[in-house]
Design a protein around this ligand. Structure first.
Ligand code: RRO
Length: 311
């Protein structure tokens, strides 16, 4: 059974990864990702300097997924860049994704310049969709700001790069954002980040469940799968064929992975369920995906990837 998948010129043993933010904020967790059977991994979105993030409770598992308002807690950009370079030196031929999320355009430019000037050989992910920093709107919902930051980045950035998008909910927005993204030599887009600013409440206590922003936070897990699949499909069918799509949202089992691939994803990420179940989830998802492919008579992902049928 051939589970290989590609992004740009890179080939991965299988399409599974963590979602940025989950199981990737420190060396211990990243080491577990490296040792897991996942095809690759992405680091926690970094800012130039260490950030404590928002006050706790800031991540809560809820019946159909999760709500978070982490607020970009991270060890600082240099840690994730150094970790990635060391990983690549120790594992020749394997590459990872390095996520960055500056608090202002200048911070993104600064980190991109450092990546450009470094030995980093992997793929950079520019996160345009963190929903949880008070006072900082999601760039991906500002079409002009998205075009401006990409224009500035591609003036000098020469390495493979993709963007992490927020979910869109309107066909006009799919059209408009795809038109902008198609102007740039991006390697991929990642759909979707959490659905921003949901509100999960505890009716017994008559309280919100997370502390930051009066309980408003990003929703992940089963709640978001139809939105994630719609975004994967919408961008898969609108983007230039050179721009791959990474699917993220609502993956709990092999069938969910299969669905993302069928909608056109090249890689499929796991967030809420990885946080809940732990690193062994990748073994289970691979087994379940293989069983589905076997049952359907598929021997490689390319047999069905993107081939969702109309009725
Ligand atoms: O750290 C966070 O609060 C966070 C980020 Br950067 C993101 O991109 N998505 C999310 O749900 N939480």
């Amino acid at each position: 059974m051939n589970l290989t998948s590609r992004i740009a010129n890179y080939e991965f043993e299988n399409p599974l990864m963590n979602a940025s933010g989950v199981w990737c904020d420190n060396a211990e967790k990243l080491d577990e990702m490296v040792q897991s059977p996942a095809g690759s991994f992405v680091t926690k979105s970094a800012t130039p300097d260490f950030r404590e993030g928002n006050p706790s409770p800031r991540y809560v598992e809820v019946p159909l997924g999760s709500i978070n308002s982490m607020g970009l807690p991270n060890l600082g950009f240099d840690f994730y860049l150094d970790y990635s370079i060391t990983f690549q030196n120790e594992n020749p031929g394997q590459i990872n994704f390095l996520s960055i999320a500056g608090m202002a355009p200048e911070e993104n430019i600064l980190m991109l310049k450092k990546i450009n000037d470094s030995e980093f050989k992997g793929i950079t992910e520019l996160n345009l969709s963190c929903p949880n920093v008070p006072g900082k709107p999601q760039i991906g919902y500002d079409f002009e700001a998205t075009e401006t930051i990409l224009t500035r980045a591609f003036e000098f950035f020469k390495k493979p790069i993709g963007v992490k998008l927020p979910p869109y909910f309107d066909i006009a927005h799919f059209d408009e954002m795809a038109k902008i993204l198609n102007k740039f030599p991006l390697q991929y887009v990642n759909c979707i980040n959490s659905i921003g600013n949901g509100l999960y409440i505890d009716a017994d206590k008559e309280e919100v469940v997370i502390k930051p922003k009066d309980g408003f936070g990003g929703i992940g897990g089963a709640y978001v799968k139809p939105t994630a699949l719609a975004n994967v499909r919408a961008f898969y069918t609108r983007l230039n064929k050179g721009i791959a799509v990474i699917g993220c949202g609502g993956v709990e089992n092999g069938r969910d992975v299969f669905e993302h691939l069928l909608c056109g994803a090249q890689m499929v990420q796991v967030g809420s369920q990885l946080a809940k179940e732990g690193i062994t989830i990748f073994d289970r998802l691979l087994q379940e995906l293989k069983a589905i492919m076997e049952e359907k008579g598929y021997s490689s992902i390319e047999d069905f990837r993107g081939k969702l049928k109309s009725i």
